[in-house]
Design a protein around this ligand. Structure first.
Ligand code: NAD
Length: 257
């Protein structure tokens, strides 16, 4: 990773911050992108404390103008762009019949259109260098469904399709594109869901995790963000050069049934 330049979206929190940290520790220059400017600056300052070369660009990945600015900024700051991690995401929970149409549009625009836009504008830089890695943080919910998460699950299923198309289009340029499909990871996104379910079912937080959220899993614990980050780092290595178009599970055995 020495001197490689990586853009990580949704890098101010959770999995994105863990990936940015892992990449920086491995010697990459990291461009953090996030819609939340305060959290993004905080994340950048924290990484810099440990000697990382990084920068933060306030970005709404659903907006093409923001994404173009992000890619330009990465190249201005560090001279190239080698790795893109499409990680920005959010959840909204409601049955289809009650699902607000603006929430549907927004979730799809962040987690599917956002990944498309970032890939579209980052790829020419990778093609120029004849090397690149695109890593899409999908989900276990890119492969299986749960009720009440229609927009999230549709976006993540779509993201696996986008991953395969990009993999086919750019393989000749020594660029791979892969998706990571985690089960529940201990991040603010999931902690919010645990609190909501605990209130709804009158259960403790640990019972919500073991009895409701992870009921279909073989290993009944939350993943830690650094477990996902370690897989992302591996996908950037030369050892992973033959893996492309894949959707790699890190799902606690959820889909083994
Ligand atoms: P998180 O809420 O901790 O972090 C998500 C980050 O994305 C936040 O910093 C947020 O500000 C940013 N973001 C949201 N909308 C954005 C936008 N339009 N443009 C730029 N940034 C935006 O969540 P997390 O759990 O770390 O999730 C990261 C990714 O991992 C998401 O794509 C999520 O779907 C996926 N994922 C999470 C889990 C889990 O259990 N936590 C499991 C599987 C997949």
């Amino acid at each position: 990773m020495k001197s490689k330049v990586a853009v990580v979206t949704g890098a101010a929190s959770g999995i994105g911050f863990a990936i940015a940290t892992e990449f920086a520790q491995a010697g990459a220059h990291v461009v953090l992108a996030d819609i939340d400017p305060t959290a993004g600056e905080r994340a950048r300052a924290e990484l810099e404390k440990s000697g990382a070369h990084c920068t933060f660009v306030p970005t709404n990945v659903s907006q093409a103008a923001d994404v173009r600015r992000l890619v330009d900024h990465a190249v201005d700051a560090f001279g190239r762009l080698d790795i893109l991690v499409n990680n920005a995401g959010l959840q909204y929970i409601a049955p289809v019949v009650d699902f607000p149409e603006d929430r549907w549009d927004y979730l799809i625009s962040v987690m599917l259109t956002g990944a498309f836009l970032c890939s579209k504008y980052a790829l020419p830089r990778m093609i120029q260098n004849k090397w690149g890695r695109i890593i899409n943080i999908a989900s276990l919910h890119g492969k299986v469904a749960s009720p009440f998460k229609s927009a999230y699950i549709s976006a993540k299923h779509g993201l696996l399709g986008l991953t395969k198309v990009v993999a086919l289009e750019v393989a000749e340029h020594n660029i791979t594109a892969n998706a990571i499909c985690p089960a529940y990871v201990r991040t603010p996104l999931v902690e919010k869901q645990i609190d909501e379910q605990a209130r709804r079912h009158n259960l403790s937080a640990s019972d919500v995790v073991a009895k409701i959220m992870l009921e279909p899993a073989a290993i009944r614990r939350l993943l830690e963000p650094n477990e996902v980050a370690a897989l992302a780092l591996y996908l950037c290595s030369d050892a992973a050069a033959g893996i492309t178009g894949a959707a790699l599970d890190i799902d606690l055995g959820w889909t083994a049934r």
